[in-house]
Design a binder for this molecule. Structure first.
Ligand code: FES
Length: 104
């Protein structure tokens, strides 16, 4: 069982935007809302030093990293477009009292 981290209010995660939130280990997660549900992935692109929250564009469940136009499915973390080949780490999300929580 991992550690539970409370990130932000669920209302702060809106469709079409990417919300960055810090983790206790100093890395960040990126939060997305897709079809009403919230998903969390590592914020750092697996191809380079790009923050998806800062540099990415979310369309449906696909986040595009604008550094080299690689893409990932944010619901699974799987890479869906070159040059990205390594999956993003994903975190299980729960909403408790209107706040986004993940297990790390
Ligand atoms: S750094 Fe993200 S696609 Fe290259």
């Amino acid at each position: 069982m991992g550690e539970t981290v409370v990130l932000c209010a669920a209302s702060e995660v809106v469709e079409g935007e990417i919300r960055q939130a810090p983790l206790p280990d100093g890395t960040n997660v990126a939060l997305y809302r897709v079809d009403g549900a919230i998903y969390a992935t590592a914020d750092m692109c697996t191809h380079g030093e790009a923050s998806l929250a800062e540099e990415g564009i979310i369309t449906g469940k696909t986040v595009e990293c604008t550094f080299h136009f690689g893409t990932f499915d944010v619901t699974t973390g799987e890479p869906t477009g070159m040059p990205c080949e390594i999956a993003l780490k994903t975190y299980p999300v729960t909403i408790v009292d209107g706040k986004v929580q993940i297990e790390v």
